[in-house]
Design a protein around this ligand. Structure first.
Ligand SMILES: Cc1cc2nc3c(=O)[nH]c(=O)nc-3n(C[C@H](O)[C@H](O)[C@H](O)COP(=O)(O)O)c2cc1C
Length: 197
């Protein structure tokens, strides 16, 4: 069994979302001691944003790509292969300005590849990244769970589901900017959720 942990915080050290993602991974490892853990730290290794160069490379047939274009596509290919080979995915996600960090969006833009991780059929889209369990650890300064201001959970459910990852569980640590007591309570509640995984 392989667990892929994706840390999406812009902070390589001291990130609350990483602390939660680490706790989830540790819990899974305790239950599956033979599990292999692979870490993708998007703070230390940010993926390039999708831009004109990247799109030009992706839309050029493989045999006609320049060495630069081939190298750009290879960066995305590596993330797709890493995801495909995982059985379980743990993603640590901070809320930044009501959305997901740009680092996580760049990862999603890399793994969403027509014909590889999703395809369109006569019946509509079909996700091709199947059979994975996904845990998402959410860290937030405020409290937005189950409110219209929470754009992260519906978005992540949609995009991961579109790619075939429909079994997604969310762990929340909210109110982290609302004082030490509130933050401690939020972590306690998150850890209760994690213990129950
Ligand atoms: C740039 C930035 C934007 C933020 N925007 C929000 C926000 O919109 N809503 C919120 O509840 N917290 C917001 N926060 C607080 C973070 O969600 C909170 O500090 C969280 O712990 C960050 O995760 P991390 O510690 O894993 O980096 C923001 C923090 C930063 C640094």
């Amino acid at each position: 069994m392989k667990i892929l942990q994706v840390n999406a915080s812009a902070r390589a050290e001291g990130a609350n979302s990483t602390r939660l993602a680490d706790a989830i991974t540790a819990r899974l490892k305790a239950r599956h001691p033979d599990a292999r853990i692979e870490l993708l730290d998007l703070a230390r290794n940010p993926h390039p944003a999708i831009d004109e160069t990247a799109l030009g490379a992706l839309f050029t047939p493989a045999a006609e790509r320049s060495p630069e274009q081939a190298a750009r596509v290879a960066l995305d290919d590596a993330l797709i292969a890493q995801l495909q080979s995982a059985d379980t995915v743990v993603i640590g996600v901070p809320m930044y300005n009501f959305g997901i960090p740009v680092q996580l969006k760049a990862w999603i833009d890399a793994i969403a590849r027509a014909g590889v991780t999703f395809r369109y059929t006569a019946d509509g889209p079909e996700g091709l990244v199947k059979g994975k369990k996904v845990y998402v650890a959410l860290a937030r300064g405020g409290v937005y769970r189950d409110t219209p201001a929470d754009s992260q959970v519906p978005y992540l459910k949609s995009v991961l589901g579109f790619l075939g990852m429909t079994d997604v569980e969310f762990v929340y640590a909210e109110g982290l900017a609302m004082g030490a007591e509130a933050a401690a309570r939020a972590f306690e509640q998150a850890h209760v959720q994690i213990e129950a995984l």
